[in-house]
Write a protein that binds this ligand. Structure first.
Ligand SMILES: *Cc1c(COP(=O)(O)O)cnc(C)c1O
Length: 396
């Protein structure tokens, strides 16, 4: 019995049960359908399914039962009418733009979004006449000032990586709608377990499933969730242009979703404790984490989020050398730019994720030389503290 339409069910129940239509084999676990195509009982049935007159599976670029199971489950969690899965988070953003925008349209993007998102707009979409304009995430007046009659889409990632800046999603949705534009929120860092942008008025939620939806660093994938109307256009892009999710990856993400709420709350607990401890360390100049009372938008975080997530920026006094010293003295954490994993990762944004920016661009993005980014995993808290203390305590 598909449970997707039962609005009384809790997030954890939906994450474990939504979307699975049991087959004649009576399986308990969700099956994988590793098949490129499907067969028909008759020529007439084939004709009806090709024309779309009869629902059913045709070809796995656009109809696969395992992928559909993942889509229905994520749609239920985000509270959207429909979800379309894609081959990666970047494919989700690309498909959204291809579906909804055309040459001459403008899109306003928060400056602090994922680096490849900026490259996608500047290097590729600009080539086809879609014009990006960049604003500060937390400056609502700046968003409003950037709107023109050609603005069709507002695109934000909140909280930002790695500084945890936020935007008021409800206020931004209101602004977008007053100007006839869509609001898309990249919900990668909090997931529906900790933030539901559609309920706050956003039109589209975008995911890199690669991160917390999987949660264990095993597969690349993405998704867009929203209303039927826009998602039907997105479906058309994935069907025709082909950035589809593989059934194997969809199955991995289904298994990831089953523990999503449990993991996200555990990530948040570990991160909160580590952030509070880091704030007390003499070698730490500042901790950027929306769960801290010292965070300038802590009240907004408490209002619009159900938790504060796992990603934080930590400024080490003493600049790049001190930051590298702390990173190089870890033994448990992984030195890598990835995140969304049960394994804690540590990185120096100034020389990695933000290394290609000019000094001035880096400064305006708030990426100081002493900044390190932590994506806190689920290891034992004391081990993570000891891992950082080894470097912090030997700095001076
Ligand atoms: C990783 C990431 C993406 C891109 O996702 P991929 O699955 O790597 O293509 C987009 N947005 C955010 C916020 C990300 O962290």
């Amino acid at each position: 019995m598909p449970l997707d339409d039962d609005l009384s069910l809790g997030l954890e129940t939906l994450a474990i049960r939504a979307g699975h239509e049991r087959t004649h084999e009576q399986e308990h676990g969700e099956p994988i359908f590793p098949t490129s195509s499907f067969v028909y009982g008759s020529a007439a049935e084939a004709a009806r399914k090709f024309k779309g007159e009869e629902p059913g599976n045709v070809y796995s670029r656009f109809t696969n039962p395992t992928v559909r199971n993942f889509e229905q489950r994520l749609a239920a969690l985000e509270g959207g009418e429909r979800c379309v899965a894609t081959s990666s988070g970047m494919a989700a953003i690309l498909s959204t733009v291809l579906a909804l925008l055309q040459a001459g349209d403008e899109v306003i993007v928060s400056r602090s979004v994922f680096g490849s998102t900026i490259a996608l707009f500047d290097k590729y979409l600009a080539k086809f006449g879609v014009v990006p304009r960049y604003v500060e995430l937390n400056d609502l007046a700046g968003w409003e000032a950037a709107i023109t009659p050609k603005t069709k889409l507002l695109f934000a990632e909140t909280p930002s990586n790695p500084l945890n800046e936020l935007v008021d999603i409800a206020a931004l949705a209101d602004l977008a709608h007053r100007h006839g534009a869509w609001l898309a929120i990249d919900n990668c860092f909090l997931t529906p377990a900790l933030q539901r942008p559609l309920a706050l008025g956003a039109d589209l939620v975008i995911h890199s499933a690669t991160k917390y939806l999987d949660g264990q660093g095993r597969a690349i994938g993405g998704a867009v969730v929203g209303r039927d109307q826009e998602l039907e256009q997105l479906f058309g892009v994935v069907r025709t242009c082909g950035p589809c999710m593989s059934p194997f990856n969809a199955w991995i993400f289904l298994k990831g979703l089953e523990t999503l709420s449990l993991r996200m709350h555990a990530h948040s607990r570990n991160a909160q404790a580590l952030a509070e401890w880091l704030e007390q360390q003499p070698a730490v100049a500042r901790v950027h984490y929306s769960g801290l009372a010292s965070h300038p938008q802590h009240a907004l975080a408490q209002r619009q989020q159900l938790g504060f997530g796992a990603v934080m920026g930590v400024e080490i006094a003493g600049g790049r050398e001190a930051a590298w010293h702390v990173i190089d003295h870890t033994r448990v954490m992984s030195i890598t730019g990835n995140l969304g994993d049960v394994k804690t990762t540590i990185t120096h944004p100034g020389t990695t994720t933000h290394g290609r920016l000019s000094d001035a661009q880096r400064a305006s993005a708030g990426i100081s030389d002493g900044l390190i980014r932590l994506a806190v995993g689920l290891e034992t808290l004391e081990d993570l503290q000891a891992d950082l203390a080894r470097g912090l305590d030997t700095l001076m």
